[in-house]
Design a binder for this molecule. Structure first.
Ligand code: FE2
Length: 410
């Protein structure tokens, strides 16, 4: 198959790509061979596929069931989920996850890192997601984090459930230090999680300091253990919203450790801007980690959706466009280059977080996985909410959308 006139990653010069056996065979100025299928993009944006680096597929599409989160807060969300968990079944999870994966696929996403709750004695969601990871792999590469929603030390048998989830086949170890009963539990839970990952050869992704309490200092422990155990960029700190509230002298000291540790960050602009700052009267904090400053220090940051229509977020549609759009606003990343290159927050940066960079990107020899957007560059695509015209994974078309067209009578 030959793709003609692609504007690869905001390039202004159209290029052609030949795909054979599911990989990019050639990139350049190419002519069709005899009987070769040709797709002429006529100067449209050609990107590597989008990556969802943080979501909870096991909770998605459950908002209002059995009760609505009336306050809209994180902690009431956890209570609502606790009730919903009682009627969790394999069938229920399968149906919802498949729907959510279809929503993502339609929007050009081909990789998902999902956190899956381990604070369930039956580990029903974990078992089901592991099955679905295999079943859906041709459409979506799913990575599973064993996520202790109600704590590792603060939930009965929490440590053993984490070990069971990892032995069952989860890809990454999670933790939730800011939700543990005490600061001591918080530190111990991180020691446990990172040592478990080091022993079992797994990745780490911690729900870290997702709170406005400036005394929540899980991040320094995560970074220190990542460094000491040699885990480095296998470790990700998600949320880190307390960092928004840290005093600047502390951040200055912390930044040195963060750079040495080489850990990744995931910010979730949609969800954290509405969940954080709830205890504030006015001024209200924005509730997002220091994305701009982390990036300026060369630290890897990606953006995630976090929740889709669940007890913590009653909206969401499986498109990362809104995530980037809102993230740029709230992080004050409105420079022209920042907007133009913001696709990296949900492509290359996310690939680094998921540790899939070795099989990702538009280069000869790499899997022919890509998306086409109906504009010439990402700046235009973002502001015009461009349709994802095509999504190909390993050379196979998995989604196609028509350009949005309306009629105007003026
Ligand atoms: Fe999360």
């Amino acid at each position: 198959m030959l793709i003609k006139n692609a504007l690869i990653e905001n390039s202004q010069i159209p290029q052609d790509l030949r795909i054979e056996d599911g990989v990019f065979k050639e990139i350049g100025n190419l002519s069709p061979e005899e009987n070769e299928d040709v797709l002429d993009l006529d100067g449209r944006l050609f990107l590597p596929p989008f990556i969802e680096s943080h979501v909870h597929l096991d909770t998605c599409l459950t908002a209002g069931d059995p009760v609505w989160n009336m306050s809209g807060t994180l902690f009431e969300g956890i209570e609502c989920w606790s009730k919903r968990k009682e009627k969790l079944s394999r069938e229920d999870i399968r149906e919802r996850v498949k729907k959510a994966v279809a929503m993502y696929a339609k929007n050009g996403i081909q990789f998902i890192r999902t956190h899956v709750d381990t604070t369930d004695p039956e580990l029903t969601a974990m078992k089901t997601l592991i099955e679905l990871r295999e079943e859906l792999k041709d459409v979506m590469e799913i990575q599973i984090v064993a996520f202790p929603q109600e704590g590792i030390l603060s939930y009965p048998n929490g440590k053993q459930l984490m070990i069971d989830a990892i032995d069952m086949g989860a890809d990454a170890v999670g933790a939730i230090p800011h939700f543990e009963f005490t600061r001591e539990y918080s530190v111990e839970s991180l020691d446990f999680a990172l040592k478990l990952a080091a022993e079992k050869g797994k990745l780490v992704d911690v729900h870290c300091d997702e709170i406005d309490d400036e005394a929540s200092r899980g991040l320094e422990t995560v970074a220190a253990r990542a460094l000491e155990l040699g885990l480095y960029d296998k470790v990700t700190a998600s949320h880190t919203t307390a960092m928004h509230s840290y005093n600047n002298a502390y951040v200055l000291r912390l930044m040195r450790l963060l750079k040495m540790s080489r850990i990744n960050f995931v910010a979730n602009p949609l969800v954290n801007t509405h969940l954080q700052g709830r205890a504030d009267i006015y001024p209200k904090r924005r509730g997002i980690t220091r994305v701009k400053e982390l990036l300026a220090e060369g630290i890897n940051v990606s953006f995630g959706h976090d929740d889709i229509y669940d007890p913590w977020y009653p909206m969401g549609n499986g498109s990362l466009r809104d995530v980037v759009f809102v993230g740029l606003h709230v992080c004050q990343m409105m420079g022209y280059e920042e907007i133009l290159n913001s696709y990296r927050l949900i492509t290359y940066n996310a690939a680094k977080t998921l540790h899939v960079s070795d099989r990702y990107g538009i280069e000869t020899g790499r899997p022919a996985s890509f998306i086409v957007l109906d504009e010439k560059d990402y700046y235009e695509a973002l502001i015009k909410d461009s349709a994802v015209l095509y999504s190909y994974k390993n050379g196979r078309k998995i989604a196609e959308n028509s350009a949005s067209q309306g009629k105007l009578y003026i």
